[in-house]
Design a protein. Structure first.
Length: 201
């Protein structure tokens, strides 16, 4: 088997480098967010939301904030919601959480109205804070409103391991445009571009 640039360098866009919690959370200008201040504000608000479109960095930010909440001793856990079928898992996690703790929920809107209402009531009764990701405001204060720009994507790419010159700034800009500002999909696009270029070498 002939070694390629891909096997020598490793594709910097693999999920081990880009999965939620691995990327530095940044604002739309590419500047790092102050995670310490955001953790403190999340604790003050007790329940809050991280709002933004698909692929804007909500899940990544939530994962990083969950680490900060864990370090502060107030994390009740993190639950990822893919559909209404996950409602019971969120309800159980809320019920088991210590009073005063904060439960992180990724994908709040996927719960649907009935589950969301029940979990809200239970969290108030048990004094459990909820930090959720969603596409639009859901009645809690907005902790961060995520948005994307080509500058943000370029900065995230710069944070990743070296790609050996296989990609250019034009590739990054094209990926952002092709994926309509969805940074997660743009990183997948760049993964594919890297693999194609590596195979040609």
């Amino acid at each position: 088997m002939t070694a390629t640039t891909s096997t020598i360098l490793g594709n910097p866009f693999t999920t081990r480098h880009t999965r939620p919690g691995r990327l530095v959370p940044r604002d739309a200008h590419g500047e790092p967010l102050d995670l310490g201040a955001l953790v403190a504000e999340a604790r003050r608000l007790h329940s809050a939301s991280i709002v933004g479109p698909h692929g804007a960095g909500k899940t990544n930010l939530l994962a990083n904030l969950a680490e900060g909440l864990a370090d502060a001793g107030v994390l009740a856990g993190t639950v990822r919601v893919r559909s209404r079928r996950d409602g019971m898992s969120v309800l159980r996690a809320t019920l088991l959480a210590a009073r005063g703790a904060i439960l992180c929920i990724d994908g709040w809107e996927a719960l649907g109205g009935a589950w969301a209402g029940a979990i809200r009531r239970l969290s108030r009764w048990r004094d459990v804070g909820l930090l959720v990701t969603c596409h639009a405001a859901v009645g809690w204060p907005v902790l961060v409103r995520c948005s994307t720009t080509p500058t943000l994507l370029a900065r995230l790419v710069a944070d990743l391991p070296d790609h050996g010159g296989l990609l250019t700034a034009t590739d990054v800009a094209e990926a952002f445009t092709a994926c309509r500002g969805d940074v997660r999909e743009a990183l997948y696009d760049l993964y594919d571009r890297f693999e194609r270029r590596a195979r040609r070498r």
